[in-house]
Every structure is written in C-alpha cells, then in structure tokens.
Ligand binder design. Structure first.
Ligand code: GTP
Ligand code: MG
Length: 364
C-alpha cells in the first residue's frame, strides 16, 4: 500500500460523495450532517500508465498495481477538540492516516444544511484547522507533563526534550502547523513520538459544482489560501465524479473532459499525494507477474526487497536494475541486457522511480 489518505472536513461537505467517487465505494451519502460515523476504508489500485506499458511490452499473465487507501472520516465541527460531535473519536481516526485530504464545500445548494447560512470556504478551512491545532495543543500539553516528570527525576534526555517541546507548543499555540516547526539537525531526535495531526502533510480539495468551475466565485480565494500555505488545491466535481462511477472508464473520461477535467479526481489526487509524501514507484518482474511497488524516495535496495518479503531483505545479495525508459526504448528485456544497460547494485543503492528490479537473494 502506498499511503493512507484521510478525508477530513465539516459535516455535509461531500466527503462521502468524494470517497465514493475515488473508491467506487458505497458509503452512505445524505443531505444531513453526521451521516458518516464510523470511518469507512476503501483500497484503490493506483492508475499507472507505466505499468500498463510494461503489460503491453511483456505480456505477463498477471499485472499487479500498487494500492492507495482512502478513509472517509466523520465530519468535524467547531469544538471537536473539546469532544463536541464525538470530536475525540473522530480526531483519533485522523491520527492514523499518513496524509490529510481536507475537503471544503464550494458548491451552492441551499437545501443542503451547512454550518453557517452563507458559503465561505476559506472560513470553513479555518474552522477545521483550528480544531486540528487545538487537538495538537492538548496532546502536547499532556505529553509535556509526562516529560516534565521524567526530567525532574534528572533524566538528561528528557531535560533536552523539554526545551524543544515548550518551543513546539508555543509555535502550535500561535496557530502554526507543527510540520513547519524549524528543527535544527541537532534537535531532530527530540521530536516527540506522538501522532500530531498538524505534523502530517495535507492538501485541500474544493468540492465544486460545474457552475462554480465556470463562475469561479469561491476558487480564487481558496487558491490564494492554498498558495500561502504551500499546499496543493484540487478542485473536484464531487457529485459528477460519483455519478460517473458506474460508467466504463472511456465514457467517464469523456464526460469529465467535457466538464473541463482531462484527468480524474483519483489521478490528480494520487499525483499530489505522491509528490507531498515523496513517494516513488518501482517494478518487479517475477515469474508470471509484473508488479508495481511504492516506497519513499531514498529507500535503499535492501529495504525495498524487504517490502516484498522479509526473507529477501535478510538474504539480500544484489539487485539487477533496468530503467523503465531503456526498456521502453529498446522494446525487450533481452535487448536492454545486450546493450549493457542492466546494472548490478548493492544493498545501499537508492532505488529510483521507474527502476525495474530483480532482487537476487539467498533463501535461508
Ligand atoms: N449540489 C451538490 N451536492 C453535493 C455535492 N457533493 C455532495 N453533495 C450533497 O451534499 C450532501 C452531503 O454529502 P455527503 O457526501 O454525505 O457529505 P459528508 O461530508 O460525507 O457528510 P457527513 O458524513 O454528514 O459529514 C448530500 O446530499 C450530497 O448529495 C456536489 O458537488 N454538489
Ligand atoms: Mg459522510
């Protein structure tokens, strides 16, 4: 699995609608708040044109894409960090994801209740941000109390961490995201091992109507907010994408393109998520199966082998690497070999995006 993306936002903004659009799922969608209570999980194959090309070139009987997970989480409201609207339970679900996909409502529908009579997506982003930040302040406060006790008993490491934690708490208290806290290299080991929500990477999804895509009443302000925050903003036609789920892919693509979106919400979201999390894809050809794998950029070969099987990591000998681009250019693995373009690498080689890898290992 590449990563776990959590859909967070106010109630009734279309999180479940978008979850269904992304996963082809059947989460309940309704025009009243708190339709979703328990988190819903959907696992989706990552669309991958390179894997399709490998399928065409190598004609393997089995082609296995990597997967990404989406979690549809209940709506948060102001006061969630104090337990409002089952806030604590919902926040706990958010702690378990790798990436926050913050969904904000930018479609007008007077018959669908909203937190306020007017529609103001920038304000709404602020409401959710505040709850995430307050939840982190509380988590940090409790953690600080613990570390203070240990430091008082004379523990050197706790004493060093205390200063760090106090600075971090003050930073988050000012409304800044923990992930932006400047950390000197020497202090890196002081990061507390607690699941801070605002330390996670995040992106904004504007759930828009076709009308909004043309009129751009709310999008410019959201674009400005996103650029100030340096987070991607992804506009999605939630309703339309969810409705199109039942159509064959080519027809779906035509409808979306006609509405102004050459690429699906899923493709755009996955691309942004990979960039934010620094993920790359490599491929393996083993027997009858060509398979895609996702790892963070900078992962050494031996650890990539471990993703496939722990025995391959333990017994790692070497990795035979061929670049996807070379295979595409020359047309077959045999020709890439003939051209001397297969290189042998050791355990510390950092696997590159698009590497096609054969791991040599000793079975133990
Ligand atoms: N007009 C319009 N309605 C939408 C759109 N997206 C969702 N809705 C409607 O908004 C209502 C709420 O959608 P949901 O997907 O249930 O929203 P949610 O954020 O999951 O809501 P909770 O689970 O209650 O927090 C439903 O009636 C949807 O049909 C959209 O893009 N346009
Ligand atoms: Mg829902």
């Amino acid at each position: 699995m590449a990563c776990r993306c959590g859909l967070v936002g106010l109630p009734n903004v279309g999180k479940s609608t978008i979850f269904n659009a992304l996963t082809g799922g059947q989460a309940e969608v309704a025009g009243y708040p708190f339709t979703t209570l328990a988190p819903q999980v959907g696992i989706v194959p990552v669309p991958d044109p390179r894997l399709e090309t490998l399928g065409r070139l190598l004609q393997p009987p089995k082609l296995t894409p990597t997967t990404i997970e989406f979690v549809d989480i209940a709506g948060l409201i102001a006061g969630a960090s104090q337990g409002e609207g089952l806030g604590n339970q919902f926040l706990a679900a958010i702690r378990e994801v790798d990436l926050l996909v913050q969904v904000v409502r930018a479609f007008e529908a007077p018959d669908i209740p909203h937190v306020a009579p007017d529609l103001d997506p920038v304000r709404d982003v602020g409401i959710i941000d505040t709850e995430l930040l307050l939840a982190d302040v509380e988590l940090l406060r409790r953690h600080l109390l613990k570390v203070e006790r240990v430091a008082k008993a004379g523990d050197k490491k706790a004493m060093a961490q205390l200063q760090f934690l106090r600075r971090l708490e003050a930073f988050v208290n000012q409304g800044r995201w923990a992930r932006e806290f400047p950390v000197a290299e020497a202090d890196a080991s002081c990061w507390p091992d607690i699941p801070l929500l605002t330390r996670k990477p995040s992106l904004l999804v504007a759930n828009i109507s076709e009308q909004e895509w043309r009129a751009r009443r709310f999008l410019p302000a959201l674009e400005e907010l996103a650029s100030q925050r340096r987070v991607p903003l992804i506009p999605i036609l939630g309703d339309l994408e969810a409705e199109l789920q039942d159509l064959p892919p080519e027809e779906r693509q035509e409808f979306l393109a006609a509405a102004g979106f050459p690429e699906s919400a899923l493709t755009r979201l996955i691309r942004a998520s990979y960039e934010l999390l620094g993920l790359i894809t490599f491929y393996t050809i083993v027997g009858a199966e060509v398979r895609a794998w996702t790892v963070p950029a900078g992962t050494p070969a031996v650890r990539c082998a471990g993703r496939i099987h722990s025995d391959m990591e333990k017994g790692f000998i070497k990795a035979e690497i061929m670049a996807f681009a070379d295979l595409l250019r020359l047309g077959s693995a045999a020709k890439v070999k003939e051209a001397g373009l297969v290189h042998l690498e050791g355990r510390d080689y950092l696997i590159q995006d698009g590497d096609i890898v054969l791991f040599r290992f000793q079975a133990r």
